[in-house]
Design a protein. Structure first.
Length: 496
């Protein structure tokens, strides 16, 4: 069991978790905003295999989930007015108001299906089931991954310090966040986007937020109207209320993710918790119990997370052996933080020496010069592979697509300033490993948000069996390459 520690000075200092308060300004000043996060070493070729998506396994899981919802929903309807309705609605509500959370989450990353359209459909359906406005929550979750447990920058901190056991108990029925989400939906449907939404969502997507909220209101009002017309609460037990009475399992799992662990640290091993769960829980939760692994490599689909865990577990803290063990740890942390908000769980674990290959060592270094630059022989890159290239101080990526043609493009994502050499290439589309934004490597066009600004692309020629690139930027791509994210300033008493 992890050793626990406390600060010598017992005090309660309420931190400001809002996105506009003093802690947000302090976090930005310290360099935490969009900073570089630690990643464990892993063989790039193995990671590419783990990032590969398919349609068969997720289609089976989605159909099974839908069949279970339909089946328990039918049992709940047939058992109305009897005691059997209680277990039937409990199962139906859990599948609706809890298991939809992980479907929303994974399809929001775009990693469930290989087909983008299938991900989008699942995301929209699951978002309504969870009463989460699709555009608002998509951008909100992007910020969560950029700034996990960074106070003032992470909008999805579940357990804020100090917290109460009453707050935690209310969460099992969505009585804390649920009413807030409904109020926000009503505000947006009326055309009012408050400060929080304007901070989270780009201005060109605010209109979409408004119309999505209006669709939600229309569906909910229609359900209420049906209940009134029929003179029964029945319709609301199937649409609307399951997002509350069925939310218990979602909260049951969510509090294990980060609660009690360190804040303001750029290493997911210190702020995030992996927990072993049984197969039923893992199906309902879509393997999100492998939460350190997911945060470190969000481009790996849920069905490959167990394999990813096995690949990198030597560099991770020992996972909690059960949900019960995780609750013992986090509830103790809550009690201690009620007395001292600076108190944190100390894992009692030291990371092992890293013997894996350095990513920087994979880069092909080329001297900068005007005009055309010779990269090397055509054999230097195989179809479907990504080769990082450094020309002077600038980063690029070279790849060969499945049709045999080559692409050479800027090596940093225009959104998160992350190296695309560690991304996932699906024929002619590259996915950023940080936020799952995507670009067409032939044109540089951003084809999936949060990426909106195009990459610079450069023509590649094959001359006498060697690859040559012209590094003169096309006029419509002439802006400077963004600087990579810098390290945050960490206080001396928060070393790993």
């Amino acid at each position: 069991m992890s050793e626990l520690r406390s600060r010598t000075e017992s005090r309660v200092v309420r931190r400001d978790y809002s996105l506009t308060g003093p802690d947000a300004k302090a976090a930005i000043a310290a360099g935490f905003e969009n900073a570089d996060w630690y990643q464990v070493p892993i063989d790039p070729e193995r990671l590419k295999v783990l990032m590969t998506r398919r349609n068969g396994r997720p289609t089976f899981d989605a159909i099974l989930w839908a069949v279970l919802i339909l089946g328990f929903g039918t049992l709940a309807f047939l058992s109305l007015g009897t005691w059997w309705a209680i277990p039937a609605f409990a199962a139906f509500g859990t599948l609706w108001g809890s298991s939809a959370d992980s479907r929303w989450h994974e399809s929001g990353h775009g990693t469930v299906f290989r087909t983008s359209r299938a991900n989008d459909v699942l995301y929209s359906v699951a978002a309504f089931m969870m009463l989460r406005e699709p555009t608002l929550w998509r951008w909100q979750h992007v910020r969560h991954h950029s700034n996990t447990s960074i106070v003032g920058l992470d909008p999805e901190v579940t357990i804020k310090r100090p917290t109460s056991f009453t707050y935690i108990a209310l969460g099992y029925f969505n009585l804390v966040n649920g009413p807030k989400m409904l109020w926000k939906i009503l505000q947006h449907a009326a055309g009012h986007c408050e400060t929080y939404t304007r901070i989270i969502v780009p201005s060109d997507r605010l209109r979409r937020v408004v119309w999505e909220a209006r669709v939600f209101v229309l569906l909910l009002v229609g359900t209420i109207a049906a209940a009134v017309a029929l003179g029964t609460i029945g319709p609301l037990l199937f649409v609307g209320l399951p997002s509350f009475y069925g939310a218990w399992f979602m909260w049951f799992c969510a509090v294990t993710q980060h609660a009690g662990l360190r804040e303001d640290v750029l290493d997911h091993r210190m702020s995030t918790r992996t927990v072993h769960m049984n197969p039923v829980f893992r199906f309902l939760y879509l393997n999100m119990n492998y939460h350190v692994e997911h945060h470190m490599f969000p481009s790996v689909p849920y069905y490959n997370l167990p394999a990813l865990h096995e690949e990198i577990k030597a560099y991770l803290p020992p996972p909690k052996t059960s949900v019960l063990a995780a609750y013992r740890e986090l509830l103790h942390a809550v009690r201690m933080q009620q007395k001292d908000t600076a108190w944190e769980i100390e894992r009692g674990w030291a990371p092992p020496p890293e013997t894996g290959a350095d990513r920087a060592g994979r880069a092909v270094k080329v001297e900068a010069g005007p005009g055309e630059i010779e990269l090397g022989p055509v054999e230097m890159v195989a179809p479907g592979r990504l080769t990082p290239v450094e020309v002077g101080q600038r980063q690029y990526v070279l790849c060969q697509m499945l049709d045999g043609s080559y692409a050479f493009f800027d090596g940093l994502c225009t959104h998160g300033r992350t190296s695309l050499a560690d991304g996932y290439l699906d024929n002619c589309v590259i996915e950023c490993p940080k936020h799952n934004g995507r670009f067409d490597v032939r044109t540089g066009q951003a084809v999936r948000r949060p990426a909106v600004k195009s990459l610079g692309t450069y023509p590649v020629l094959v001359r006498d069996g060697r690859l040559v690139v012209a590094l003169e930027l096309p006029e419509d791509q002439a802006e400077d390459q963004p600087e990579p994210a810098g390290p945050a300033v960490l206080s001396s008493d928060r070393a790993v």
